[in-house]
Design a protein around this ligand. Sequence first.
Ligand SMILES: *Cc1c(COP(=O)(O)O)cnc(C)c1O
Length: 224
Amino acid sequence: MSPVAANLEYIKARIEAARQAAVAPAPATHLIAVSKTHSAEVVREALDAGHRLFGENKVQEALAKWPALKAEYPDAELHMIGGLQTNKAKEAVGLFDAIHSVDRIKLARAIASERDKQGKNPKLFVQVNIGEEPQKSGVAPRETLALVEEVRALQLDLVGLMCVPPFDLAPAPYFGLLKKLAGEAALPLLSMGMSDDFEIAIKFGATHVRVGTAIFGARDYSKP
Ligand SMILES: *Cc1c(COP(=O)(O)O)cnc(C)c1O
C-alpha cells in the first residue's frame, strides 16, 4: 500500500471514530483530500486508492494538474477551497465542482454570469471570516446572512458555509459559531476542520473536512 493510501485509511478511520463519539454528527462527513502543492503523481496514489474528492486552493495550479487527472478518473470531484479573484471565475466554474470561498457579492455575480455562459452550476459555500481576522478572507459573521440572501437571489446552488478558524486559538467556539450561522441561514452543509482539528469540527457537525498534510505530508513551498 502506498503511504498516501495508508494515510487515507487512517484518516477515514479517525473520521468514523469521531462521528461515533459525537453527540450530533452531520448525517455524513465527506473527506476532501487537499492536494495543493503536491504533484499529479502523488494525487494519483490517492485516486488509485479509490479516493475521489479533492481540494485545491489555486486556479492556475489546479488547471495544470487536474484536466488530465479528470480525464483519467471522470468521477473525481474537485473543490476550490482558496480565495478566488473575480477575474478567475470563468476558469473556476469550468474546472471545479464546488467553490468554498464565496465571500462577496461581486464574486457571486461573476460565478452566476459564468453559469449562464457555460451551463455549469457549481455548489457554493459562503466563506465566513469566523475569527474576524484582518488578514483572512471571508465575510464577517454579522454580514453572513445578508450575503447568503444576495447569493440566493442569483439562483446559485448555495449549499453551506465554510471557515478557517484562527490557527493559534482553540477552534471549538468558532466551529460552534459557524454551525449556528448555518442554522440561521438554513444551509445544510458545513466545510470546516483541517489536519489538526477535523475531529473537533466533526463534533460540531462538519459535513466536509479539508485535510491535506495528514494525507499527503508536509508541503514544500520552495519547489517551483
Ligand atoms: C491547505 C488548506 C487546508 C488543508 O490544511 P492541512 O492543515 O494541510 O490539512 C484546508 N483548508 C484550506 C482552506 C486550506 O487552504
